[in-house]
Design a protein around this ligand. Structure first.
Ligand code: UDP
Length: 457
């Protein structure tokens, strides 16, 4: 053991195999690597990251038995549980193999959803740290589920949807991070196990910054015994694009080069959420009626009904002079492009942070889970965006686009707020800034968990 400490401390990072989880884990890996750690990414073959884009890391892929199209019509909860069940045994095997070989690791940093990895790390005598990739506020709500159930907010009553949760303003009952198809006991059990495991971790790492979610962070620090480190936004350490699982259509960047500054509406609802034909029609109509140029991501499988494909083809044909439709965009670069004036988003946490880093305002159209919480943060706490109802209405969408891009009152304020948040991000990453300092403390903490690791720093 002593001899091994001549090399840099070696961390195994274990991402959950979904786009919104892999990207920030790779970003964390880049940050830790830049601070002197050796990194091995232990990952499922399902949704495997592209090794060639990260030559500085070792990769340990494992077979998981998941079929690429297995989750077509499945609800979110069923999908998550199936993935967890598929990863458990192979993860144990691969970690056993790593620890009996030449490239042993000193510590495991696991996605919070892969909470079963705690038992494996314990068996191998390794410290186990948790990285929660979504917003701290959504995690705070997960941790509060038992008390929210006791107080009667859950199960949710339709008549209470608009009511503000008086213990957690400004969040409403309808903002709770629930999945519509899965508010069953198994959902609460899954979340409960994740929260309890996280509480027993050696540290909790969060992708946010103090000035975005201070009250939440204070509350989490009083409830979670593990030390909490807030290091983000991690998209500053490696662009989301280097973690992309889908080939990005970069031709849209040259199209953006030809558009006037701040005029283009970028639209994407991420890698998992889907939409029905009615919302698709309203969205297409809203974009067309706004008469603003747009860049719209329609990934394969995004729309539920086959009939919509025809409708979409017709829309693309008719609106060629106004906008571009792509299957997958280089999102971070798109958001940072001067032509892009705003982002219509489902408020996945990575998309939300990427947009904040780009200093652009948002139209929020969350679908489920943490997205509802994130949308409320944007629209009510930070005021850098506006909310769309669950059912899209083209007229409201058209007006919101115009307001966001050109409005002289509400729109102007949202654009100013977006730029202010971008400044706060830059400050938090500088020496002395909250995320910079938290990163230094986190590195000291990991080093303290690894015997004699300070020898190598
Ligand atoms: N993304 C991308 N191209 C696209 C749409 C999305 O590269 O056309 C990336 C985006 O930059 C983000 C991730 O996919 O890093 C989506 O993660 P998020 O947490 O926003 O949502 P999820 O897909 O998990 O719902």
């Amino acid at each position: 053991m002593e001899g091994r400490r001549a090399a840099a401390p070696h961390l195994a990072l274990f991402p959950f195999p979904l786009q919104g989880h892999i990207t920030p884990m790779l970003q964390l890996a880049h940050l830790l690597h830049s601070r002197g750690f050796s990194i091995t990414i232990v990952h499922a073959r399902y949704n495997a990251p592209d090794h060639t884009k990260h030559p500085q890391f070792r990769f340990e892929p494992f077979a998981d038995g998941i079929e690429p199209d297995q989750f077509g019509a499945m609800g979110i909860l069923e999908m998550l549980s199936t993935i967890v069940d598929s990863l458990k045994q192979p993860f144990r095997s691969v970690m056993g193999r790593i620890q009996s070989g030449q490239n042993r690791v000193d510590c495991v940093v696991s996605d919070a959803l892969a909470y079963f990895s705690r038992a494996v790390a314990q068996e191998l005598g390794l410290p186990w740290l948790v990285f929660r990739t979504s917003s701290p506020t959504s995690f705070m709500f997960f941790a509060a589920f038992p008390s929210l159930r006791q107080m009667g907010y859950i199960p949710v009553q339709d008549s209470e949807l608009e009511s503000v949760i008086k213990e957690k303003p400004p969040f409403r009952v309808k903002d709770l991070p629930l999945v519509k198809t899965g508010e069953s006991e198994s959902f609460f059990q899954f979340i409960g196990e994740m929260v309890e495991a996280t509480k027993k971790s050696s540290a909790l790492v969060l992708n946010s910054m103090d000035k975005l979610e201070q009250p939440t962070l204070d509350s989490l620090r009083s409830e979670i015994p593990a030390p909490i480190y807030v290091l983000g936004p991690l998209c500053n350490y490696a662009s989301g694009d280097s973690g992309s699982l889908i080939r990005q259509d970069r031709s849209c960047l040259s199209w953006l080069d030809k558009q006037a500054s701040g005029t283009v509406m970028y639209v994407s609802i991420g890698s998992v959420a889907r939409m029905d034909a009615a919302n698709l029609t309203q969205m297409a109509q809203g974009l067309r009626d706004s008469r603003q140029p747009f860049l719209w991501v329609i990934r394969p499988g995004l729309v539920r009904s086959e009939d919509s494909v025809q409708l979409l083809d017709q829309f693309v044909e008719e609106s060629q002079d106004m906008g571009r439709v792509v299957k997958w965009a280089p999102q971070s670069e798109v958001l940072a492009h001067p032509a892009v004036g705003g982002f219509m988003t489902h408020c996945g946490w990575n998309s939300t942070l990427e947009c904040i880093c780009a200093g652009k305002p948002m139209i929020c159209w969350p679908a489920y889970g943490d997205q509802m919480v994130n949308a409320r943060l944007v629209c009510q706490v930070w005021s850098n965006g506006v909310e769309m109802g669950e059912k899209l209405e083209s007229e409201k969408m058209k007006n919101s686009i115009k307001e966001l891009l050109m409005g002289e009152e509400k729109g102007k304020k949202m654009r100013e707020k977006a730029r202010l948040l971008q400044q706060l991000v830059l400050e938090s990453m500088k020496t002395g800034g909250s995320s910079y300092e938290s990163t230094s403390r986190f590195i000291d903490h990991i080093s303290s968990l690894i015997p004699h690791s300070s020898d190598s720093f």
